[in-house]
Design a protein around this ligand. Structure first.
Ligand SMILES: [Zn+2]
Length: 280
């Protein structure tokens, strides 16, 4: 289950409340060789040793990236974008043995991180943060749909007008005009906006751009309000309640609006489910 902006925000807010002031006593990595080879976890595992003795100052998120900032100029960057479980344990004895990363605190509590898909676990010095691709991408000037001042319709529609590419690359990935949306949110958003997956951003008229803008805000707000997407579990193992209106969960189903059979197409390195009748 992918962690996109709403889920990263839920986790970061919970961690900020729960972990602030805690001192790191030990850091333990397990089964990370493959993740290291792929570049998802620091190649030099000793970087994690530098977290030890640091006290957690704050936990923040932007887009789908979380930053745990310590008082010793170190940060732990977490971005389980294609799936991951981040959990808190009041007593470290009960920690899951499936975790890739376990952070034990001086008071006996612990935090665990397990990646179930592609994602990032990086221990970085303050001066090294920009080396992290996900940090650079999301802790950036790019609009965040959670911030009303930053994500205005005027700014969004101007950016769309300049993009002669399909909507997916405008909403998801390194060239996106907003941070924090993944393939799951994308399918849900364009269904709600009634836009076909192959439409180009620059060709949308004002009403269509407005519908897209509103759908982005709605999906993000609803997922936040309902504790994240279904299958997501928060810091305490509690499940989310948001079911996407369109996505893999609609495979073999009919569109709830018009009754047409939901179709899927391969698009930009993943499948996109859509309604051939409603989405034009
Ligand atoms: Zn339909």
């Amino acid at each position: 289950m992918s962690i996109e902006l709403p889920e990263a925000k839920i986790l970061a807010d919970q961690m900020d409340k729960q972990l602030r002031g805690k001192r790191v006593q030990r850091v333990f990595l397990k089964d990370c060789e493959k993740l290291q080879r792929l570049g998802f976890v620091n190649k030099d595992v000793h970087a994690f040793d530098d977290l030890v003795n640091g006290k957690i100052e704050s936990v923040t998120s932007r887009g789908s990236v979380m930053r745990i900032k310590l008082d010793n100029r170190m940060s732990l960057i977490l971005a389980p974008e294609y799936g991951g479980i981040i959990q808190y344990y009041a007593k470290s004895e009960s920690v899951s043995d499936k975790a890739h990363l376990t952070v034990g605190f001086a008071d006996g509590s612990a935090l665990t991180v397990r990646l179930t898909g592609m994602g990032v676990i990086n221990a970085l010095k303050e001066t090294e943060l920009e080396r992290s691709y996900v940090y650079r991408r999301d802790f950036s000037e790019v609009s965040s749909p959670i911030d009303d001042k930053d994500f205005t319709f005027e700014r969004f529609s101007k950016l769309l007008a300049n993009k002669n590419v399909m909507l997916k690359s405008v909403l998801v990935g390194k060239d996106a005009v907003v941070v924090g949306l993944g393939n799951s949110a994308f399918q849900d958003i364009i269904y709600r906006a009634k836009l076909h997956p192959k439409r180009k951003a620059s060709e949308l008229n004002t009403d269509e751009s407005r519908a897209l803008y509103n759908a982005i805000k709605l999906v993000v707000q609803e997922r936040l309000r309902l504790g994240g997407k279904d299958q997501f579990t928060d810091l305490y193992g509690k499940g989310g309640h948001y079911t996407p209106t369109m996505g893999p969960n609609m495979k073999g189903q009919t569109c709830p609006t018009c009754g047409a059979s939901v179709e899927k197409m391969s698009l930009g390195g993943g499948f996109t489910f859509y309604c051939p009748k409603c989405q034009k």
